[in-house]
Write a protein that binds this ligand. Structure first.
Ligand code: B12
Length: 207
């Protein structure tokens, strides 16, 4: 909590070398950020500390991205799919981890970044022929903006062709939100996100 970036990076690197990248994400980064969120809420930690923590994680993701390039066998590519944080949401880490895990599992991912509006999600999905749109939201107020994506799909008559999946802390806390925003499914972490995307692709084929 003393925002010592250099020591934190050193510790994380030691852990990655000893146990690997998956372990550092699920056993260190996610639990630490969740704890930080609790402290933030209790005003025992500051936004600045949260920001520094997120910067460390971001650098770590960049550092290890190259060792997780998707398989070279492009004939096995799945997708494409579109991923992004919904309008007004600026919590990119979860989405980046999902994006990396999907790519490792041979999915072709168009990652639109943070603060993406509904029209852009749907325009881009149509442009690249994606059958799945994945939307990340961490805050209740931004999760509400996902309704605009399902609305946009309905208005264009695409709700049966393009699946909408969602994720982020707010859906873990309030699972009923998934249906309320008009989504077809959710996953609580990057591992289960892969299974979710496979399931959605399978359901899409059966139509
Ligand atoms: C770091 C952080 C920040 C940083 C973000 C910077 C950055 N570059 O990342 C900063 C300091 C900027 C920030 C700002 C704010 N934050 Co903030 N933040 C956090 C914190 C501590 C960690 C978030 C994180 O990265 N988690 C780690 C990742 C790996 O987890 P994840 O996103 O859940 O992702 C996993 C799964 O959810 C899933 N998943 C994620 N996306 C998707 C998508 C799909 C399709 C699928 C299938 C799965 C999936 O897979 C991921 C990987 O396993 C959380 C606490 C928490 N409990 O999460 C608060 C938290 C999310 N923030 C919160 C708030 C309130 C804010 C602010 C409004 C504060 C303010 N007063 O300004 C602003 C809003 C900014 C904005 N407009 O978005 C609240 C939200 C409360 C709520 N539920 O409404 C939280 C929960 C803290 C709290 N307890 O109060 N924040």
């Amino acid at each position: 909590m003393n925002a010592d970036i250099r020591s934190a990076k050193g510790l994380v690197k030691e852990f990655v070398d000893a146990y690997g990248y998956d372990a550092v994400i699920f056993e260190v980064i996610e639990p630490v950020l969740t704890k930080l969120g609790i402290r933030l809420k209790r005003q025992e930690a500051s936004l600045a500390q949260s920001y520094v923590a997120s910067m460390i994680v971001d650098e770590l993701l960049l550092l290890h991205q190259d060792s997780f390039k998707s398989g070279s066998d492009t004939s096995q590519l799945k997708g494409p799919v579109v991923l992004g944080n919904i309008e007004d949401d600026c919590h990119p880490l979860g989405r980046k981890i999902v994006s990396t895990f999907l790519r490792i599992n041979n999915w072709e991912v168009l990652d639109l970044g943070i603060d993406v509006d509904a029209k852009t999600f749907v325009d881009e999905a149509v442009r690249i022929g994606a059958k799945i749109i994945g939307v990340s939201a961490m805050i209740y107020s931004t999760a509400e903006n996902i309704r605009k994506v399902s609305q946009e799909l309905k208005e264009r008559g695409l709700e049966k062709q393009i699946k909408l999946v969602v994720g982020g802390a707010v859906f873990r806390l309030r699972p009923e939100l998934v249906k309320e925003v008009g989504a077809d499914g959710t996953a609580t972490n990057a591992f289960s996100a892969i299974a979710l995307f496979e399931q959605m692709a399978e359901e899409g084929k059966q139509r």
